[in-house]
Design a protein around this ligand. Structure first.
Ligand code: IMP
Length: 447
């Protein structure tokens, strides 16, 4: 039995979807613990491509229980579209459970998200426009609607009459937008409630029960460490906690019941939305990474900004999440390059800086200090073991492991499940406490 958290070690889009899909094979339960429909996994089933924003991709395995935890925010309209898509493909959703205390995204959240971004002008965050920030803001302000409120028609009516009245003042007076029709919204959401009712339960109890039954539980983070509200590049962050610590709060499971934390990191770096990005590449190489890596957002279709691997971020993510091991994805995207740079530290005003700065202003002033490595210029996409990799690619991976001081358990070399090198079973592999005295287990790819 192992309870494992999978987190993004960069700014999201690290390829967590593929890694969670791989690990889901050994999991009995997959739990999403934060975020909302700002996330997205592209899934291909029977040659049909569709996108899941909220439902864990573990739903594709018929015996895996999938849970949407209390730390998420739920847009019922999009969730219902996902359920309909799955049912059309004859994929059963009977193993899905939704937390009764997860908060609900309402139409005013989406409107306020877009309007406030517009109002910010060049101070904008570059949100996905899905109402995520305003839904979490209402949760903190204690005026949010939870799934259990949605299930109570009389209570919901009372609550929404007050809340929509209040939000209409903001829409009209602050943003010059037309007010929402309270009764229309109430009827629409009561309809959603009936469709979702069979799935809504106390999921923390279900998760605890799974722990007692010694099931393998996989906790799936959306977004990434640097988008974390507390530990990311604030204010250019999302409004939840994608870091490993968020899995406990976002599910109601105590930290002593977590066994391992697996980080996922691309072999280079990408970022969507605004905010500083020290290793960003503007020219030809950036374009090449974008093209070869198909770097376009799943949810918004926005082009992702691309740059070299940043080991300062890697070390920071390893520390903040307590990463036991890392999966390096998209190594094949680097195949054509003659040389590859890795940011080993920053320079701020002539001073070397090895640690990630807390201030976005200071971060914006960081200049990368690079080490240049030779490229391998052969295709790695058919490699299935470490021995198959060109020496320069193996050296590159070893260098990353040494820089971030975390062993590499998985290397991904393409989108399909088989384009993967499993260096060590990341779920049942050795824990930090059993590490080799040098600090890394001998079987894992380490420095
Ligand atoms: P929000 O989560 O829509 O409020 O957006 C806040 C920031 O997080 C923006 O920079 C978004 O581009 C970024 N973001 C949110 N979700 C994702 C994701 O799934 N991948 C990458 N970036 C994301």
């Amino acid at each position: 039995m192992a309870n494992v958290i999978v987190i993004g070690a960069q700014w999201g889009d690290e390829g967590k979807g593929k890694i969670t899909d791989l690990l889901s094979r050994s999991a009995n339960v997959v739990v999403r613990y934060q975020g909302g429909v700002n996330a997205g996994h592209t899934i291909v089933v029977n040659n049909q491509t569709f996108i899941l924003h909220l439902i864990p991709s573990g739903i594709l395995y018929p015996d895996t229980e999938c849970i949407i935890g209390c730390g998420t925010v739920i847009d019922p309209q999009i969730l219902i579209e996902e359920l309909d898509q799955l049912e059309k493909l004859n994929i059963s959703t009977r193993n899905l459970l939704i937390s009764e205390t997860a908060h609900v995204t309402m139409p005013y959240h989406r409107l306020i998200d877009s309007a406030s971004e517009e109002r910010r002008g060049n101070q904008k965050i570059g949100t996905t426009g899905r109402g995520i920030g305003p839904t979490y803001a209402d949760k903190s302000e204690r005026i949010g609607i939870r799934m259990l409120d949605l299930m109570d028609p009389i209570g919901l009516r009372e609550q929404l009459e007050w809340t929509i009245n209040y939000k209409n003042v903001i829409l009209e007076k602050l943003y010059n937008l037309p007010p929402l029709n309270t009764q229309e919204v109430i009827e629409q959401y009561l309809g959603y409630a009936e469709r979702l009712r069979p799935y809504v339960v106390d999921t923390s109890l279900k998760i605890y029960d799974a722990v007692l039954r010694r099931r393998n539980i996989l906790f799936e983070g959306a977004q990434g460490t640097l988008l974390d509200l507390d530990h990311g590049t604030y204010p250019y962050v999302t409004s939840s906690n994608p870091v490993a610590g968020g899995a406990c709060v976002g599910t109601g499971l105590g930290p002593t019941m977590i066994d391992r934390v697996i980080g996922v990191s691309k072999a280079y770096t990408t970022r969507v939305g605004e905010g500083p990005f020290p290793t960003e590449l503007d020219g030809k190489v950036g374009e090449l990474l974008c093209d070869r890596g198909a770097e376009f957002g799943t949810t918004t279709g926005r082009k992702r900004r691309c740059g070299w691997f940043d080991a300062v971020i890697g070390r920071y993510a390893a520390r903040i999440n307590g990463m036991d091991c890392v999966a390096i994805t998209k190594l094949d995207v680097l195949d054509e390059l003659e040389e590859i740079k890795v940011c080993v530290a920053y320079e701020i005003d002539g001073e070397r800086c090895d640690n990630f700065p807390s201030s976005a202003r200071q971060f914006a002033r960081c200049r990368p200090i690079y080490k240049t490595m030779p490229g391998w210029q052969v295709s790695t996409s058919d490699c299935r073991t470490l021995e198959d990799l060109p020496v320069a690619a193996l050296d590159y991976l070893k260098f990353l492991a040494e820089l971030i001081q975390v062993p590499i358990a998985i290397v991904s070399l393409g989108a399909s499940r088989d384009q993967t090198i499993i260096v060590e079973d990341p779920i049942h592999g050795p824990k930090r406490g059993l590490l080799h005295p040098s600090g890394t287990p001998t079987t894992l790819l380490s420095a």
